[in-house]
Design a protein around this ligand. Structure first.
Ligand code: ZN
Length: 475
């Protein structure tokens, strides 16, 4: 299959950076881009697209997602939170929901998520949690590219009184979970023309032991896959690590030798110097020197009144900054926009976290930590993971500077076509492989059942309306 796509604007990659190619042509042979040019292209093609008003851009890479559960954050976690937990949703909101999710609800969320990701121009997703086998099937069906890991840990945190967190340590140290995660990674690795890869994810820094981390690193090296974990995401968690170890989470992870150029640190908001914690140190320097990456999910924190301080400061420290969605909506447009705007607000400087910097964090930076110089770019040899934006879309016109339009105004409706691995997943704004109305119906039906079943997962047994009172009273 040989295709030619010509667009008025092409974000093409050359000499280490994205560049703007006007009236550019891209030749795709099967699953890869073979030729990028501003000149004429000869030859026979199975398909030709000539779109003078369109923008051809690389697909977006979501480096932190939980596609089996994130949709259930919607209509639930917004506008609520507890000051004593510095508004983190981790102690109360997430466990209450997590306990109410049945297997069918998890499948419904997964089916919905793959449609949502495609519709928003995400072509690669880094999914953490599980159950992995259904996630892998859904990704394969949807045609997306993914790194998928089943999470594990040596402990579970919980609150018994809504005031403090306690930790229930597992007698087995979490090792069976690690073995299962490794088996899963082996099982999926390379499936679907290489679109599926495994990852290792000990879930949270406060819920792991040195032994679990050492084995994680050894297993990741053996399987040649990345490692990710949540860290520095809640004030209570940072304080726990300081109380337990006398070190910040980042200092402790460095001491465990977990920070490498194949490690992705989820969130990493409350690092030394953040105004919500009183802990001096050199966390950013430690991360930068290790080569580890950060997956920054600006929206999930902004919704809780929390900002990273700041995206630009991390970049300047030399940290490989990636972006993720983590919650609903699973949209890298939202991730890029929030990362940029919140950095400007945090730094009180409109020049900080430019459109280009956050776009790099959704394309080139993830490709770097994934060890894939054929992703996140349009260049000869790169995978054909592409998004075609309608330059005459209401949020895209007038079009002079494509990255600014994407980051500061585009909507998912402006996406006309999506290709992954040389296959069209969306054409003329229609998903080719998925029925998104059916997926939405399935999610709504599942959510109504889940909301009714909430209570047992909450320390006080509260139902959904007590945990998250509706904004509107009944008419
Ligand atoms: Zn997460």
């Amino acid at each position: 299959m040989r295709r030619l796509i010509t667009c008025g604007h092409v974000i093409a990659y050359r000499d280490g950076a994205h560049r703007l190619l006007r009236n550019g042509s891209v030749v795709i042979e099967n699953d890869r881009v073979t030729h990028v040019t501003g000149g004429p292209v000869d030859g026979a093609f199975d398909q030709r697209l000539d779109l003078p008003d369109a923008l051809l851009a690389p697909g977006l890479i979501d480096m932190h997602a939980h596609i089996t559960s994130a949709p259930f954050d919607r209509s639930y976690v917004e506008d609520v939170g507890k000051p004593g937990f510095c508004f983190s949703g981790l102690p109360e909101l997430l466990p209450a929901m997590g306990a109410a999710l049945d297997a069918e609800a998890i499948r419904a969320a997964t089916d919905f998520s793959v449609a949502e990701l495609t519709r928003n121009g995400t072509t690669t997703v880094f999914d953490i949690g599980g159950p992995g086998d259904y996630t892998a099937q859904a990704i394969e069906r949807a045609g997306l590219r993914a790194w998928i890991g089943e999470g594990y840990g040596a402990a579970r945190w919980r609150t018994r009184d809504g005031k403090r967190m306690s930790y229930d340590w597992k007698p087995d140290g979490g090792l069976p979970g690690l073995d299962a995660a490794a088996d899963f990674a082996r099982r999926i690795d390379g499936r679907a023309n290489g679109r599926l890869t495994g990852l290792m994810s000990p879930m949270q820094v406060a819920m792991v032991t040195p032994e679990l981390l050492a084995r994680t690193r050894a297993m990741a090296e053996e399987l040649d896959i990345p490692v990710t974990l949540h860290t520095s995401e809640a004030v209570f968690e940072v304080n726990e690590m300081i109380a337990r170890e006398g070190l910040s989470p980042i200092e402790w992870l460095a001491r465990q030798d977990l920070l490498t150029d194949r490690t992705i640190l989820g969130h990493t908001i409350f690092t030394s110097g953040h105004s919500w914690i009183n802990y001096p140190g050199r966390d950013l320097e430690i991360i930068a020197q290790s080569g580890a990456s950060v997956a920054h999910c600006a929206w999930v924190f902004a919704r809780r009144g929390v900002v990273m301080e700041s995206f630009a400061r991390y970049r300047e420290a030399g940290v490989n900054m990636c972006l993720g969605s983590d919650t609903a909506p699973q949209s890298m447009l939202v991730a890029m926009r929030m990362a940029s705007i919140l950095c400007k607000v945090a730094d009180r400087d409109s020049r900080r976290a430019s459109a280009r910097e956050v776009f790099d964090a959704a394309t080139l930076a993830p490709a770097r930590v994934l060890g894939r110089d054929d992703l996140g770019r349009i260049a000869p040899g790169a995978k054909a993971d592409l998004v075609i934006w309608d330059g005459l879309g209401l949020s895209m016109t007038p079009l002079r500077d494509p990255l600014r339009n994407l980051v500061f105004s585009a909507q998912s409706d402006d996406i006309a076509h999506v290709m992954v691995d040389g296959d069209w997943l969306m054409t003329d704004r229609r998903l080719t492989r998925l029925d998104e109305r059916q997926a939405a119906r399935g999610l709504q039906d599942a959510a109504e059942r889940v909301w009714r079943n909430m209570g047992p997962g909450d320390w006080a047994g509260r139902g959904i309306d007590a945990l998250s009172p509706p904004e509107l009273e009944a008419y």
